[in-house]
Design a protein around this ligand. Structure first.
Ligand code: GDP
Length: 423
C-alpha cells in the first residue's frame, strides 16, 4: 500500500500545487508541510470560498484530515495566527485535533522580517526581490543554531533568557550593520504573548505522532512549497529559496526521517512563470508577456515573469524531484493562442543542449523554440481526455515525451473539479 505521497513543484513555484493537494486530500489521513513558511501562497477555491494559504497545510478544508507543520517549516506565528483567524471567520474548523505544530519547528521572529527588508534595501538594484517574509534570515539563523524552537514556549524562564540572548545579538546587527532601531524586550514579550501563546495548544511531538501514523498505515501527504528550480541545493542558486523543497527532503522536514516516499506527484504548469530575480531563459516581454499574464491571472504584489513551457528546466525539475507522475495545470490558459510555443532546448554559446546548464551559465542561454498548433476553444468544461481537442492532446503528449513521466492529471481551471484524470 502507498503510505506516503508527496505533491511537489517541478518549476519555479505557483504551479498550482494547492489545487492538487485540495483535490487529492480526501484520499489521505494526514497532510504535512515540511519546509518554507509565509513565503508560500497556495490558492484554493472550494465550497468555503477562495483562500490563500501561507503556512497551514491545504488539508485544513477536509474533515477528518490532520494537518501537521513539521520541524522543517519556518514557523511564523504572526502569519499563522492571522491565517487561523481568517479561516475561522469563514467557519473552517481549526483545532488542536486537526492542526498540529512540531515542537521542533523554529520560530520566525519579527527581526527576521526586518532584516530581510533591510538587506533588500541595502542591495538596491541588486536586490533578490524576496517576499520580505524573513525566510533567508530565518534559515541562516537556524543553521547558526540561533533560533527558538516552538517547544520552548512551554518553559517561560528559559525562553525569556534565550530570547534576550538572541535579541542582544540581533540588535548588534540591526543597529551596527543597518543603522536601524533595536528590538526592545517589551516588544518581543508582547509579540510572544499575542502570537505565540495562542499556538501552544497546537504544539506537540509531531515526530512521534507521524511515526505512530506510519506504523498504523495511515496515508500521509507531504505538501511541498515552491518548485525544484528554487531548491537551495539543486535550484538556480543563488536565486533559490533558503530551504530544500525537494520531495526527498520531505520526510526529514516533516519529522519522520525513516519514512520512504512511495509516490511523488510533480506539478508542472502548461507555461512558465517565475517571481523574483534571476535567470529565466524563455521569458516573454512586452505585449506577449502582458497577454499571458492577463489570461493566466499572473499577478500579485511582485511581478510574475512569464514565458512558454521550458522543457529543459521541466525535465530537470522532474529528475531532481524524482517524480513518479505528473499533474499538468493551467492548460486552459493557452486556449486562445493560434500557436503554442515550447522551449525545447537551450542554445549556449552557439551550441544546442537539452541538459540544464550550471546556474552561472544560464544568463548566456537562449531558448530554442518550437511551435505547435493551438486548439482555439474553451476547454475549461472538459472532464475527459477523449473530449480534449486533438491539438491539446498533442501538446500534453509532447510534454510527456520530453519529460519521460506520465501526465496523469490535467487541470483546466482553478476549481476543485476542473480536472481531467487520465488512465
Ligand atoms: P501553488 O503555489 O503551486 O500552490 O500555486 P498557486 O496556488 O499560486 O496557483 C496559482 C494560481 O493558479 C492560483 O490562482 C490557482 O487558483 C490557479 N490555478 C491552478 N490551477 C489552475 C488551472 O488549471 N487553470 C487556471 N485557470 N487556474 C489555475
Amino acid at each position: 500500500m502507498d503510505t506516503c505521497t508527496a505533491i511537489v513543484g517541478i518549476n519555479w513555484g505557483d504551479e498550482g500545487k494547492g489545487r492538487m493537494v485540495d483535490l487529492l486530500t480526501e484520499n489521505f489521513d494526514i497532510v504535512v508541510r515540511y519546509q518554507g513558511g509565509g513565503n508560500a501562497g497556495h490558492t484554493i477555491l472550494n465550497q468555503y470560498g477562495e483562500f490563500l494559504l501561507h503556512l497551514l497545510p491545504s488539508g485544513v478544508f477536509c474533515k477528518d484530515v490532520v494537518n501537521v507543520l513539521g520541524n522543517g517549516v519556518a514557523l511564523d506565528p504572526e502569519n499563522l495566527m492571522h491565517e487561523i483567524n481568517a479561516l475561522r471567520e469563514k467557519n473552517v474548523e481549526i483545532t488542536p485535533d486537526n492542526v498540529m505544530i512540531s515542537e521542533r519547528a523554529s520560530l520566525l521572529m519579527p527581526w527576521h522580517r526586518r532584516l530581510d527588508a533591510l538587506e533588500e534595501a541595502r542591495l538596491k538594484d541588486k536586490k533578490m526581490d524576496t517576499t520580505r517574509k524573513g525566510i533567508a534570515p530565518f534559515y541562516s539563523d537556524k543553521y547558526q543554531k540561533k533560533t527558538v524552537l516552538a517547544g520552548e514556549l512551554f518553559y517561560p524562564d528559559l525562553l525569556r533568557q534565550h530570547l534576550n540572548d538572541l535579541r542582544e545579538w540581533k540588535n548588534l546587527i540591526l543597529t551596527g550593520v543597518y543603522g536601524d532601531a533595536p528590538e526592545s524586550e517589551e516588544e518581543i514579550e508582547t509579540w510572544v504573548k499575542t502570537y505565540c501563546e495562542p499556538l501552544k495548544p497546537f504544539i506537540r511531538d509531531t515526530g512521534e505522532y507521524l511515526s505512530e501514523a506510519l506504523r498504523s498505515n495511515k496515508r500521509i501527504l507531504l505538501e511541498g512549497q515552491l518548485g525544484a528550480l528554487r531548491d537551495l541545493d539543486y535550484g538556480i542558486y543563488p536565486y533559490t529559496t533558503s530551504s530544500n523543497v525537494l520531495a526527498c527532503y520531505g520526510p526529514l522536514g516533516a519529522g519522520m526521517p525513516h519514512a520512504k516516499v512511495d509516490r511523488i506527484i510533480g506539478v508542472v504548469k502548461a507555461y512558465s512563470s517565475c517571481v523574483g530575480a534571476g535567470p529565466f531563459v524563455c521569458e516573454f516581454f512586452g505585449e506577449e508577456a502582458d497577454n499571458l499574464r492577463k489570461i493566466g491571472g499572473e499577478h500579485g504584489t511582485r511581478l510574475h515573469r512569464v514565458g512558454p513551457i521550458d522543457l529543459v528546466a521541466t525535465r530537470y525539475g522532474v529528475k531532481v524531484q524524482n517524480a513518479t507522475e505528473i499533474a499538468l495545470t493551467k492548460l486552459d490558459v493557452l486556449s486562445s493562442l493560434d500557436e503554442i510555443p515550447l522551449c525545447v532546448r537551450y542554445r549556449l554559446d552557439g551550441v544546442e543542449t537539452d541538459q540544464m546548464p550550471f546556474p552561472s551559465l544560464l544568463d548566456r542561454c537562449e531558448p530554442v523554440i518550437e511551435t505547435m498548433k493551438g486548439w482555439k476553444c474553451d476547454i475549461s468544461r472538459v472532464r475527459n481526455w477523449w473530449d480534449l481537442p486533438e491539438e491539446a492532446q498533442a501538446y500534453v503528449k509532447r510534454i510527456e515525451k520530453a519529460i519521460g513521466v506520465v501526465i496523469r492529471w490535467i487541470s483546466v481551471g482553478p476549481e476543485r473539479h476542473s480536472i481531467i484524470i487520465r488512465g
